[in-house]
Design a binder for this molecule. Structure first.
Ligand SMILES: [Zn+2]
Length: 82
C-alpha cells in the first residue's frame, strides 16, 4: 500500500495578541472583573472571572461585577477619560 502521503507542512502562525478579537460574553451572576497583567494595544486588559469576557478601556461599554458595581480599577480609568 502506498496510500500514505505526507501532509503539506503549514507553519502555524504565532497568534498576534493585538489581532485577536476580545471575548465578550453576557455577564452573569458570577461576574468579577480583574485587571490582568496583559496589555492589548497599549491598554490594560481586564478579564471577567465569571464569564470569560475581556475588556479594554477603549471599548464603548463598561464592565460591571455581578453586584452591579463598576470595579474600582475600571471606574478609575473610565473617570479619567475626557
Ligand atoms: Zn462576566
Amino acid at each position: 500500500m502506498s496510500s500514505f502521503r505526507a501532509l503539506p507542512f503549514r507553519p502555524r502562525r504565532q497568534p498576534d495578541p493585538d489581532g485577536v478579537p476580545l471575548r465578550v460574553r453576557s455577564c452573569r451572576d458570577l461576574c468579577e472583573w480583574t485587571r490582568t497583567p496583559v496589555e492589548r494595544r497599549g491598554e490594560p486588559l481586564f478579564a471577567c472571572q465569571g464569564c470569560g469576557s475581556q475588556w479594554v478601556p477603549s471599548e464603548h461599554w463598561t464592565p460591571r461585577d455581578s453586584n452591579g458595581a463598576v470595579p474600582p480599577e475600571v471606574l478609575e480609568i473610565v473617570a479619567a477619560e475626557p
